[in-house]
Each structure stands twice: as C-alpha cells, then as structure tokens.
Write a protein that binds this ligand. Sequence first.
Ligand SMILES: [Zn+2]
Length: 399
Amino acid sequence: MAEPSLLMVLVYALRHDDVAPGRTPFLWEVARGGSRGATQEIFAGQLRPAFFAGLYPNESGVGHLFCYDPASSPFRLARLAPSWVDRSARLSFWARRAIEASARRVEARRGHRGSASACTLAEIPTTRLPSFAFSERHLPWEDRASPRPGLLSILSALRLPWLHLGYPVIDQRTSFLTEAALSRMRASHRFVFLHYAQLDWAGHTHGPHGPEASAALEAIDRSLEAIWRHAQALWAEPRLLVFGDHGMVPVRAHVNVEQALDELPLRVGKDYVVFLDSTVARFWFHAERARALIVDRLEGLPHGHWLTASDLEALHLDGGKRENGEAFWLLDEGVVIMPSYFQRKVPPLGMHGYHPSVEANWGGLVTNDPYGPSGPIPLTDVFRLAFRLLGLESARVFP
Ligand SMILES: [Zn+2]
C-alpha cells in the first residue's frame, strides 16, 4: 500500500457545531465517511506548540502572545515616549510606527522569526510596551522552537517533504490560500499544512452566529473542497484532518479591570505589572502588598475568578515560566475585559480563550479516517493524531 500523505488544515476558530450540513456541506460529507470530534483549546494564546509538538505551556514555555520580559523586550524604544503620548492620537500613531519598526529590526537581529514575523503592538498602552516581549520566538520547524521535536522537525529528519502555508509567514486569507495550495502542492509532499484565519476575524468583529461568519465559513468550505480534490488527484493515499484550534464564544458582558486597578494605591510598573488579554488578566507582583490589594480588589469584581493552584495544575501552567504570568484572573464564558491590550475602544462580539470546559470554546475536528476522534480531545492530541494519519506511529524519532 502507498504511504499516506496528510493534508492538515487549521481553520482558526472553527466551532465544533460549525460542522453541519447547512453550514459546511463539504466538511459534513467528509465527516459522514470519516469522523467528527472536537478540540479543547489549551490555556495559551499561542497554540502551535500544542498541535505541532503536543506540548502544554509549562512544557513549551510558550504562553499568550505577549509575556513579561523587560530585559529583552524588543519595544525598548518606547521608554523614550513621554507619559502622555497616548493622549495625542497623532504623536501616538507616529511613535508606535517607530517602535514597531525598531522591534522588527531588534527581533530580526536576534533571529526571532516567530510572532516577530507578524510584529504587532496590539493596543498595549505605549508606555507599558517596554515590559513585554513575544512569547513564541521561533517558527514551528526551527529546532530551538521547542524542548522536543515537533511534527515538522521530525518530518525533516525523516527526509519527508512538507509544505507549510500559515501564520506567521504567509497571508491567511481564503482566496490567497486556495491559490497558494493549488499551485504549490506536489505529489512528493507527505504533509501539507494550511491555516485559514478569516473565520476568526469575522467571529471577533461580528460574533460567531452572524452572516459574516457564515460567509467566511462557506468560502473556506468551498476552498477546502477544491484543495482536497487536488490532493486526491496528486496522492495515492490522501488523508485529511481539519480542525479548529478553538471555537468562538458570543460576547455578553464586559469587565473594566483597568479602572478597578487604577483605583488602588499602587503604581503599575513599580508595584506590579499587568497584561490585560481579552479573557484573562495576568499579573506579576513586585511587592506582597500589591498582591494582597489586587487579589482582594478583583475578588470583588463580577464575572471572573483567580486560578487556584489546582486550576494551574489542571491547565498545565504549574511550574511554567514566570514570564507567562504569576497569577491569572480568568473570565467567565462570554465575558471580556474592556478595555484590554487588544481592544481599547471597540468591544469584540466574539471571543475565545476561555476555560477548556466551555463548550462554545471547543474547536471542530473532522477527518476522513473512520477511526478518528468522535468526542472532544485536548489540542495537544492533534499532534499524535497527525502522526497516526501519516502512518508514522512507529517512527523512531517519535517522543
Ligand atoms: Zn482569535
């Protein structure tokens, strides 16, 4: 029998219930002959170490997009900005352009091609930028990307040709990806990875149940059908694995953590540092007094809770890098922090990054293999599933 070739497709924010006859006729058809399950997002904004290498954040060291790392922040130029810089829209605009350009140069010099390839300042207040750096420094196929080899490194070691079309090195719009996949896939490829992002963008801006998300999903389903037909023509033993890294939860409420913190008699940067992600506030404390005041203040806020020691263990955050957070205040399903360091003014209508038990946060998973998962699996299991579909379970390099 011919060796299997795998088309592995990440559809950013594909919800587990998006795979339905009316919404994704192609994926539904594949699932009928194969299997349909779900993925549970792990507690890290950056998920490539999970599905490419089977690693949790306390193993990979990669957490959310930004980590606390003043010593090697690529945004040091921001130290020169006056404290009032963000009160002037024009000054802020030009200062941030200069900071971004400088960060790109700094990261290029250091050989950091991970998140720095798509270098963004998000909406982090300018004067707070010098506290932070990118947590994912390397590309998934670079040996130094993870403490043990990931899928792409293993394929390279086995001299099996692969193609990667995804973040952060390529445009993730559907029309571009269709074109790129159809023109670049070869009969010799044993593995092709595609990464569609437009469903995620539509879900954040318009919510997961609006016409915009449906249209984005429909276009992805059509694109996938064309690429799969192409793969079937190219490969003797084609396998398909399509998955969402997480779902998309409709946003129902906001919490203003920034204001609650500003009311405390503490100085941010001196007494503590905070990063306001959309669904979690991450803290680093420089004084016990700051910890006590902040813990107490946030306990009084609605819609969220502090992660306990047993939560940290269950989420594979225990023993992880301090840079990714010392304490975490996580929001309930459908609630976002506003303003956050990703949205200062316009609240999103859809969000992910909730506790893995939140069902609307589960990603979809479809494979043409009838023995694929039929229920939820942790995102880290996608790595092993890909190996099995490639027929490489017995490869000696398997960790
Ligand atoms: Zn997203």
